[in-house]
Design a protein around this ligand. Structure first.
Ligand SMILES: Nc1ncnc2c1ncn2[C@@H]1O[C@H](COP(=O)(O)OP(=O)(O)OP(=O)(O)O)[C@@H](O)[C@H]1O
Ligand SMILES: [Mg+2]
Length: 251
């Protein structure tokens, strides 16, 4: 199963969600490949703190080379990104949009799940992810602007489908950043109206522990002073995403 976590809006929880999906599925005994498509390298930094071998960098596919994923822990391998990836962003030749897909296709069934974290734009790197994946999950912050933000992503998915490529939107994962409960509920209702059953039922609550989890490189449910609610939400959302993807989408 290949899944991209995408939304061109910045700071909505893409990397946080990708990180927790990767851990939740690996803990279930699945072999998970984490692919960082963002030159900011946030997912890479949360999964690996040592030196990065050149052979594990996603940038290599844009040079027509293969990658040796880095084994970061039991069940999790990483294809890493760092800022140098951005030099490839300007090469918009057609084959550059298919680089990730072409390389992932060489892996056969080495992994049960591939999770691709995207940068906050609809440029070359996100398009590579959308072309390579079967499914897209879009985290949205439960704020008024987030409702509108998904339109462009949906437009790109539509265009890719017209040329016979690209993932389907599996669902929208709401992150409740906003502290004010009433405002959050109102926006949630709006999201429900807009996306209906595309909306996953597990809302990720706001918690300062989430940021800490990524800094420490451990999922939030593994922190010492565990915050039950947020850890449980991530796990249930991971299960819901897995079941929906393996069931062929919603309904
Ligand atoms: N449930 C949460 N509660 C509180 N803070 C959160 C939560 N989820 C994510 N954050 C914080 O919000 C910030 C943005 O999250 P994240 O980096 O996952 O977003 P992103 O969409 O990947 O951002 P970018 O577009 O820059 O890649 C981070 O500081 C993260 O720790
Ligand atoms: Mg990110």
């Amino acid at each position: 199963m290949k899944l991209a976590v995408a939304n061109q809006k910045g700071g909505v929880g893409k990397t946080t969600l990708a990180f927790h999906l990767i851990h939740a599925w690996a803990e279930e005994g699945r072999r998970v490949l984490a692919v960082d498509m963002d030159p900011q390298g946030d997912l890479t930094g949360s999964l690996w703190s040592g030196d990065l071998p050149q052979s594990a960098l996603v940038a290599r596919v844009f040079e027509g080379k293969g990658i040796t994923p880095l084994e970061v822990e039991e069940g999790i391998a990483l294809v890493a990104a760092e800022i140098s990836l951005s030099v490839h962003e300007k090469d918009l030749s057609l084959k550059n949009y298919f680089r990730l897909k072409t390389w992932l296709d060489t892996l056969g069934n080495r992994f049960d799940a591939v999770v691709v974290d995207c940068p906050p734009s609809l440029g070359l790197f996100t398009i590579n992810a959308l072309v390579a994946a079967q499914w897209v999950v879009a985290p949205v912050d439960v704020s008024l602007y987030s409702v509108r933000a998904l339109g462009d992503l949906l437009g790109s998915l539509e265009e890719l489908r017209e040329i016979g490529e690209g993932a389907k939107l599996l669902g929208v994962a709401p992150f409740a950043f906003a502290a004010r409960q009433r405002a959050t509920r109102a926006v949630q209702e709006l999201l429900e109206e807009e996306y209906g059953d595309l909306l996953f039922s597990w809302v990720i609550p706001s918690s300062a522990r989430v940021r800490e989890a990524l800094i420490l490189g451990r999922p939030v449910w593994k922190l010492k002073r565990d915050e039950q609610a947020v850890g449980e939400s991530f796990r249930r959302l991971a299960l819901e995403i897995w079941n929906r993807a393996c069931g062929g989408g919603r309904g």
